[in-house]
Design a protein around this ligand. Structure first.
Ligand SMILES: Cc1cc2nc3c(=O)[nH]c(=O)nc-3n(C[C@H](O)[C@H](O)[C@H](O)COP(=O)(O)O)c2cc1C
Length: 210
């Protein structure tokens, strides 16, 4: 075979092998760039789910379901974990009869030392932001909310009270909470009616976070 032809074949082979190598290297490096981007996107989504303020829980007591409904709407709006404060002894209709002086709820509200027991273990350590919900009883927080504060260290956490009521405002209960534990970063909360909509809750949550 002619010497020139042999040299030509060798040169073409070198170019072909080199070209394949270059394509292989660059396609793999593209893959790793894409992978890195995907990872970043994922962590962004996670951060958003937890909101930029940290991990969120909605912790609430509800005797007849109204506050639970609002808690569900806050869960939808925040993507936080919803946890119900379950009384060890459930409140019966008779217990909740505010027309009777000696009903259980009335007696508890009149007794500064009453701390109704909670049935479930509530883990709060992993949360940075807690929406704390309750019905208004005689203008104030039901005493079981104070039991919850006694049994969970929320120092330094951002806690946002919310309540439902027939008509009373949240203000007296906010004073009670702020005075009860001064180590908590209390955010002024809001009273909601039984007719509250998802849009109303979304607006409220967005305003708190801005
Ligand atoms: C013992 C008791 C006391 C109440 N006191 C008040 C009150 O002072 N002002 C008010 O507007 N509603 C009062 N209510 C009505 C509740 O706040 C209201 O029905 C609330 O939405 C119930 O929430 P829940 O279904 O989550 O328990 C009282 C209810 C009970 C059982």
């Amino acid at each position: 075979m002619n010497k020139k032809i042999i040299i030509l074949i060798v040169v073409v082979a070198i170019i072909a092998v080199g070209g394949f190598g270059f394509w292989f290297m660059s396609s793999n490096s593209n893959k790793s760039v894409k992978k890195t981007n995907n990872t970043n996107e994922k962590s962004k989504v996670n951060t958003n789910n937890e909101t930029s303020n940290g991990k969120v829980a909605i912790i609430y007591f509800s005797a007849t379901g109204t506050t639970r409904k609002v808690a569900d709407l806050i869960e939808n709006a925040t993507g936080g974990d919803s946890i119900e404060i379950e009384p060890k002894y459930e409140y019966t209709d008779a217990d909740l009869d505010y027309n009777k002086n000696n009903s259980r709820a009335n007696k508890e509200q009149n007794d500064s030392k009453a701390r109704p027991e909670i049935q479930n273990n509530i883990e709060t350590d992993s949360y940075d932001v807690i929406y704390l919900g309750y019905p208004i009883w005689w203008g104030d927080v039901p005493k079981i909310i104070l039991t919850f504060l006694d049994t969970n260290d929320l120092s330094g956490k951002k806690v946002i009270p919310f309540c439902t009521s027939g008509s009373s405002s949240i203000s007296e209960s906010l004073d009670t909470l702020k005075n009860y534990n001064k180590d908590i970063n209390w955010i002024d909360g809001k009273r909601f009616s039984s007719e509250t909509t998802q849009d109303e809750i979304n607006d409220w949550v967005n305003n708190i976070n801005n």
